[in-house]
Design a binder for this molecule. Structure first.
Ligand code: CMP
Length: 478
């Protein structure tokens, strides 16, 4: 319990204690009736005074009891328990402690002021027993179910549970009910006796909880390809555990499609709705990039009139135009540009998807057709963006031209379309345009300097000359 909450809880009992103490020891003595002379008349004010005094005394004890229980609770559970167990004390234990102390203090007050024994009172009066028994039936049921839940510990605060139609994160378990926050951010109180009666599904916080997601693909696609593409998409999805590795498997050979099932384990189960939505989105994009298609029910008559799609020739023309507008390919003539277009493929990436992973081998480079990408390096385990490239910029040239592993991660910042140009296409361009190596060598040297953590880049001209000769060697140009 935080100290501010404790202060709030103590404020009222402390004020009440002070008031009753003032009433009892300062105000009432001033009104005390004088002792009755032997054989004299009893003053009429005397019984009223004694009742007020009795009331003030009992009220003072009760307020002191509240202060004492709260202070003792704070010491026992927030200091001793927390130091020994290194976690919050369960609310149920706190509540039980308070209830027991309250009953004991009430018993002492009854005994002291009214000479009544709580045990004798309960056992002696059958009627009182019946009334209390009926009134406390549910309360006691909840209390004992709460105690058994506490002893059994089927779930803890932070776990996701499903009881009846309710599913949510457990926020607390008191002597009466468990408080659950649903995924629509509503609070549901499920009584302990209901929890004890029903079957509950528990997804413990520190357990690798799994989920299943289903999708389908056309019979025309090889399952091997589908499974590979989907596995890669899952690897890219946040909050999915890499160990145990997600499983993608064929589930059924359906009427009109091959049905697949994904089983994956979550890092934080509380986020499962968001993770599942992101996973489906990633699969959609991965399918699109790989040229895979989801299946439509064959029972549905599906008429599709092809849109006035751009003809391949028109598309090639647009691409040629785009390439000639980029700095590096500006010197190429129309033939060389169309050669380049023939050897390239277009891909679309979702926001946040990795296009290039640092350390991988690479034999292609990319031109941004639409969107933008972030070039990132690993800075003490955290990705740090060193450059942002937009429409018309290129990347991936370092590994392609030098044969070295990829030097950085390149991640799509928004939905991004890129044109991938392979080794063979570039080689034919170099054959007819050897000067291109000079321009690229300079760009690579500049980018390397940008990547270097310190400004210690050495002699730029020498670095660039070294890169140019390694490009020429790699592509077998003289
Ligand atoms: P490559 O090493 O093949 O893969 C990662 C790519 O990130 C790299 O080629 C470059 O195209 C690009 N890159 C690396 N450093 C920079 C930088 N400082 N500025 C712009 N792009 C860069």
């Amino acid at each position: 319990m935080s100290s501010s909450r404790l202060k709030k809880q103590l404020a009222l009992p402390l004020v009440a204690t002070a008031l009753f103490a003032v009433l009892l020891y300062l105000v009432l003595p001033a009104f005390a009736p004088s002792p009755t002379p032997p054989g004299g008349q009893l003053q009429t004010a005397a019984p009223v005074f004694y009742w007020v005094q009795l009331f003030a005394q009992i009220a003072l004890w009760l307020s002191l009891m509240f202060v004492g229980v709260r202070l003792a609770g704070a010491f026992l559970f927030d200091v001793v328990y927390r130091l020994r167990k290194r976690r919050e004390a369960p609310s149920l234990v706190r509540d039980l402690f308070s209830i027991v102390v309250y009953i004991l203090v009430v018993a002492v007050i009854l005994k002291t002021y009214f000479a009544l024994s709580l045990g004798a009172l309960l056992s002696g009066s059958a009627l009182l027993g019946v009334i209390l028994g009926l009134a406390l039936q549910d309360t006691l049921g909840n209390l004992f179910s709460g105690i058994s839940l506490h002893a059994d510990k089927p779930f803890e605060v932070g776990d996701v549970i499903t009881v009846g139609k309710w599913m949510g994160v457990v926020e607390s378990v008191t002597w009466r009910a468990a408080k659950i926050r649903t995924f629509t951010n509503h609070i549901v109180l499920v009584s302990n006796s209901q929890i004890a009666k029903e079957a509950i599904e528990v997804c413990p916080r520190d357990n690798p909880n799994a989920r299943l997601v289903y999708f389908n693909a056309l019979y025309a696609h090889s399952p091997d390809q589908v499974i590979r593409v989907v596995r890669e998409a899952i690897r890219e999805t946040e909050n999915v555990r890499l160990k145990p590795a997600p499983i993608v498997r064929m589930r059924n050979l359906g009427d009109f499609a091959v049905d697949y099932e994904i089983k994956y384990w979550l890092v934080d189960y509380v986020q499962h709705n968001d993770t599942e939505a992101l996973l489906r989105q990633r699969i959609w994009y991965a399918f699109k990039r790989a040229g895979l298609q989801f299946a439509y029910p064959t029972q549905t008559l599906y008429f599709e009139r092809p849109k006035a799609a751009a003809s391949p020739a028109a598309d090639a023309e647009t691409l040629t135009g785009r390439l000639s507008a980029t700095d590096i390919f500006a010197p190429l003539n129309a033939d060389e540009l169309s050669q380049l277009v023939c050897g390239s493929r277009s891909h679309t990436y979702a926001p946040g998807e990795t296009i290039i992973r640092a350390g991988d081998e690479g034999d292609s480079m990319f031109i941004v057709r639409r969107g933008n990408v972030a070039v990132q390096i690993n800075d003490n385990g955290q990705p740090r963006t060193v450059a942002t490239l937009g429409e018309g910029d290129f990347f991936g040239e370092m590994a392609l031209f030098t044969g070295e592993p990829r030097s950085a991660h390149v991640v799509a910042a928004v939905e991004t379309e890129v044109l991938e140009i392979g080794h063979e296409a570039m080689k034919s361009v170099f054959d007819s345009n050897p000067d291109l190596a000079e321009t690229l060598g300079q760009t690579i040297a500049d980018r390397r300097a940008g990547l270097a953590a310190s400004a210690e880049t050495g002699d730029q001209a020498k670095v660039s000359a070294g890169i140019i000769s390694s490009i020429k060697r790699f592509f077998g140009l003289d």
